[in-house]
Design a protein around this ligand. Structure first.
Ligand code: 13P
Ligand code: SF4
Length: 330
């Protein structure tokens, strides 16, 4: 099997690693040798977060990808994030430790169906959540993330008609916060849809002082219970600034690594999922491992490739988001 076939089949190129190798030191050495930067999302495993040059939410990571002067970007996240980095920095080599690290939310919105949906509303502006394919971004007017969706919608004239996709939960949250009506695509994230209201209520009874934090990708019935709703960076900052000592966290469990590091005297409890799931791990995010990250930096594979025609159409909606965010100081 050649390299391309192996990546197609497994998502990465498998290779034996000397068990005595100090992976941290070796990754550091390769990073310097190749002028590479490691960008990691908060949902990555703790060991990957610990070796990253920058850890952040989707907005912070896109801002870093747009401004880095590294020659190689290793994106420890999922496919749409690495694609966004490639769109913003097409001259750089963008690597993803496991090419099969996808996203259920992105998958819930196939571009050919979204195109037909969009054609039904010709006078609407299209705002897409960054958790979608490059092709979908190319069909959009403005991209947003969970940390700027409300502000982006508010920056538009009040009578502007809007299609919002692919996340119906974030869309409903934005409608509530802005008081505006939008046409929503019916997509959702598999991780944020599994929280169980009754189990959270029971947990709150056992921890009456705990603050309940939720990501806006959660369903409305869960968001109604929250003391604070925000992107992963927003949730992390809330734990730092709040005098509370206990927090129940309704988002992917990877963020708890940074919450614990930033607040060693505080306790973080993952919000309980329903009975169909054992934990709040994103199976896509967790496909990346430290070993795969090492191999991808060493072999410069798997590499993200986005056709130039898509890059050209998808860049403007992302840049519009970055410009609005910069003007608003986000
Ligand atoms: P943020 O990074 O905007 O918090 O979004 C979380 C997420 O689901 C990323 O996949
Ligand atoms: Fe996609 Fe949800 Fe995983 Fe984020 S947590 S990558 S939205 S499936």
């Amino acid at each position: 099997m050649n390299i391309a076939e192996e990546i197609n089949l497994k998502g990465f190129v498998e290779e034996p690693i000397d068990p005595t190798l100090d992976l941290y030191a070796e990754i550091d050495r390769l990073k310097k040798e190749k002028n590479a930067v490691i960008l990691a999302h908060y949902y990555q495993e703790g060991d990957i977060q610990d070796i990253a040059d920058y850890i952040g939410d989707s907005l912070g990571l896109s801002q870093q990808a747009a401004k880095t002067d590294a020659s190689v970007i290793v994106f420890a996240g999922v496919h749409f994030m690495a694609e966004t980095a490639k769109i913003l920095s097409p001259d750089k080599k963008v690597l993803l430790p496991d090419a099969k690290a996808g996203c259920s939310l992105s998958d819930s919105c196939p571009p050919h169906l979204f195109k037909k949906f969009k054609e039904k509303y010709p006078d609407h502006l299209v705002i897409t959540y960054v958790n979608c394919t490059a092709e979908l971004k190319a069909l959009s007017d403005i991209v947003c993330t969970s940390s700027n969706a409300v502000q982006i919608v508010n920056s538009l004239p009040a009578d502007q008609k809007i299609i919002f996709g692919p996340d119906k939960n974030l869309g409903a949250y934005v409608m509530k916060k802005t008081g505006r009506d939008m046409v929503l695509w019916n997509g959702a994230c598999m991780v944020h849809e599994i929280f169980a209201r009754e189990k959270i209520t029971k947990l709150q009874q056992r921890h009456p002082e705990a603050k309940f934090l939720a990501h806006p990708e959660c369903e409305q019935s869960i968001l109604e219970m929250a003391d604070y709703i925000g992107s992963t960076t927003g949730l992390l900052n809330y734990t730092i600034n709040s005098p509370a000592k206990e927090f129940i966290v309704a988002t992917e469990s990877g963020i708890i690594h940074q919450m614990e590091k930033a607040n060693p005297d505080k306790t973080f409890i993952p919000a309980p999922p329903n009975n169909t799931c054992a934990c709040n791990d994103c199976p896509h995010m967790k496909r990346n491992t430290l070993e795969k990250l090492y191999l991808c930096l060493k072999n410069e594979q798997p590499e993200i490739d986005v056709p130039m025609e898509i890059i050209e159409r998808a860049r403007l909606p992302i840049e519009r988001m970055l410009d609005i965010s910069a003007k608003l100081g986000l």
